[in-house]
Design a protein around this ligand. Structure first.
Ligand SMILES: Nc1nc2[nH]cnc2c(=O)[nH]1
Ligand SMILES: [Zn+2]
Length: 433
C-alpha cells in the first residue's frame, strides 16, 4: 500500500547554483510551505494554502511551528573510523596521521569494533542532518562491510570504500596491490548498487600507494558502472613535497592520479588547498570534484581553499567535514568556517551559495543531483527540520531577522546539531531530538 504524508513548516531548497543563475533564481522558499512525500519520494512542494486543497483527506499532515525544512545535508568527504580521534592536539597532517590516525584505524580489523563505530558514526551524521556522505573506511574490508550493513538498515544513500594503502604506513595497516584490488572487487560485487549504496575506489593518497596499486585502482574504477573514486590531494605543503620525491617522473600531484586513470566524473578529491592553475583546469575539464573541508584545513593548519579559483575553472565543489581531522559533523559548522576561510581571501560566501554547497552543490559533485540535494518532485525525500528555537541565542537572534537571507546566515553561523529537530531519509524519520 502506498504511504503518503505531508510536512508543514517553512520550506527552503536550492534548485540551481546561485553563482551561475543569480541568488534570486537559485532557490524556492515557502514561508508557510508543505512538503508531500509518498513512498519515500517527494511528490509535491509548495505553499501550504495551494497544496492542501489537492491533498486527499486521509493524508496525515505533520505541522512544525517555528521551523524550516531543507534538504538533508551532503558531506562529500568524511572518515567513519576516525570518530575516536576527533579533536586530537598539536599536529599537522603527516604527524597527525602517524600519531593518532593509523593506530586508531588499526582497530578495525575487529569486525565487532567496526560495527560499533559505524553505529556511533551514523547516529552522529543523522543528528547533524547529514543524509548522504562519501565515506572512507579503513584498509580492512570488514570495515566497509560493517558500514554498509548499518547504512542499508537505515536505507541511507551512502558511498564508501576500503582504503588502498600498500606502503609508507605501519605493517598492521597495509594491503598489497593485488589484495587491495581483490578485496575492493569483492566489496563492489557485494554492495555497489545495492539499495541506495554505492562503492568508491579509495586510494588513501598518493604517498601510501605504489604505482602498481594505483594502476590496479584505475583499472577497477573503469570495470563497474557508476563507481566513485575518492582520495586526498594537495592538502599540506610537506605532503606535496613528499609526493614530488616519490613520483619524480610525474608532472605534479594531480598527474599521479591522472596517469593511472583516476580522474573524471565521480572522482572526488579531498582538500585541493594548494592546487596549481593547470591542475584546477584539468579537474574542471574532466568533471572531477573537490571536497572543501574548512574545519579540517583550519584545524590541521593546512591552508585556505580558493573557492573562486576552482570555480573559475568549472570544478565541481562540495562541502566536506573530514572528521576526524575536521572538528564537527555539522555542515552548518563547516559553512561557518568556510565563510571565514573565504573572508581571509577577500571572498564572500552568501547564505544562498552556502546552503547550495551543503545540499545541491554536494549532490552535483557526486553526480546525484537528479536524486537528492533539493526537494523537487521526483527526488528522494531526504530532508531535515531545523528548529528556529533550538537554543536561547538562536531563538533571540532569529527574532531580529528581517529576511530569509539573514535567517539562513544566522543559522549557518550559530547552528550545529542542536538546530536539527528531525532528520528523514527516503521519507522515514531516522533522528528526532
Ligand atoms: N585529512 C586527512 N588527510 C589525509 N591524507 C591522507 N590520509 C588522510 C586522512 O585520513 N585525513
Ligand atoms: Zn580526509
Amino acid at each position: 500500500m502506498s504511504q503518503c504524508k505531508a510536512y508543514r513548516a517553512s520550506v527552503f531548497h536550492c534548485i540551481a547554483d546561485p553563482g551561475v543563475v543569480g541568488a534570486e533564481r537559485s532557490y524556492e522558499y515557502f514561508e508557510d510551505g508543505l512538503l508531500v512525500v509518498e513512498d519515500g519520494m517527494v511528490v509535491e512542494v509548495g505553499r501550504a494554502e495551494s497544496v492542501l486543497p489537492s491533498l486527499s483527506p486521509e493524508v496525515e499532515v505533520v505541522h512544525y511551528e517555528n521551523a524550516l525544512i531543507t534538504p538533508g545535508f551532503v558531506d562529500t568527504h568524511i572518515h567513519y573510523p576516525q570518530v575516536g580521534i576527533i579533536g586530537s592536539y598539536g599536529a599537522q597532517l603527516l604527524d597527525w596521521l602517524e600519531t593518532y590516525t593509523f593506530p586508531c584505524e588499526g582497530q578495525f580489523d575487529d569486525s565487532r569494533h567496526a560495527h560499533a563505530q559505524a553505529d556511533i558514526f551514523l547516529r552522529e551524521l543523522l543528528r547533524n542532518g547529514t543524509t548522504t556522505a562519501l565515506v572512507f573506511g579503513t584498509v580492512h574490508k570488514q570495515s566497509v562491510d560493517a558500514f554498509f550493513e548499518r547504512a542499508s538498515k537505515l536505507n541511507l544513500r551512502m558511498i564508501a570504500g576500503k582504503v588502498l594503502m600498500d606502503r609508507c604506513a605501519p605493517d598492521y595497516l597495509v594491503d598489497t596491490a593485488e589484495s587491495g584490488y581483490a578485496d575492493s572487487k569483492e566489496l563492489i560485487e557485494r554492495w555497489h548498487g545495492k539499495g541506495r549504496l554505492s562503492y568508491a575506489v579509495t586510494p588513501r593518497f598518493a604517498p601510501t600507494s605504489s604505482n602498481e596499486q594505483l594502476e590496479l585502482a584505475g583499472k577497477l574504477f573503469k570495470e563497474f558502472q557508476g563507481l566513485y573514486m575518492h582520495t586526498h590531494i594537495s592538502e599540506n605543503r610537506q605532503e606535496i613535497e613528499w609526493v614530488k620525491e616519490l613520483f619524480p617522473e610525474r608532472d605534479g600531484y594531480l598527474d599521479v592520479y591522472d596517469h593511472h586513470g583516476l580522474i573524471g566524473e565521480r572522482s572526488v578529491f579531498a582538500h585541493g588547498v594548494h592546487l596549481h592553475d593547470d591542475e584546477c583546469r584539468r579537474l574542471g575539464d574532466t568533471g572531477s570534484a573537490v571536497a572543501f573541508c574548512p574545519t579540517s584545513n583550519l584545524f590541521l593548519g593546512s591552508g585556505l581553499l580558493d573557492l573562486a579559483h576552482l570555480e573559475s575553472h568549472g570544478v565541481r565543489v562540495g562541502l566536506g567535514t573530514d572528521v576526524g581531522a575536521g572538528t564537527s559533523f555539522s555542515q552548518l559548522q563547516s559553512l561557518n568556517e568556510a565563510y571565514k576561510v573565504l573572508q581571509l581571501q577577500g571572498q564572500k560566501l552568501d547564505p544562498f551559495k552556502a546552503f547550495y554547497l551543503a545540499t545541491l552543490g554536494g549532490a552535483r559533485s557526486l553526480y546525484l543531483d537528479d536524486r537528492i540535494g533539493s526537494l523537487q518532485a521526483g527526488k528522494e525525500a531526504d530532508f531535515v527540520v531545523l528548529d528556529y528555537e533550538a537554543t536561547p541565542l538562536v531563538s533571540y537572534r532569529l527574532k531580529h531577522s528581517k529576511s530569509l537571507e539573514e535567517t539562513l546566515f544566522a543559522l549557518m553561523i550559530l547552528g550545529d546539531d542542536r538546530v536539527v529537530k528531525e532528520t528523514f531519509s527516503a521519507g522515514a524519520s531516522v533522528h528526532r531530538r
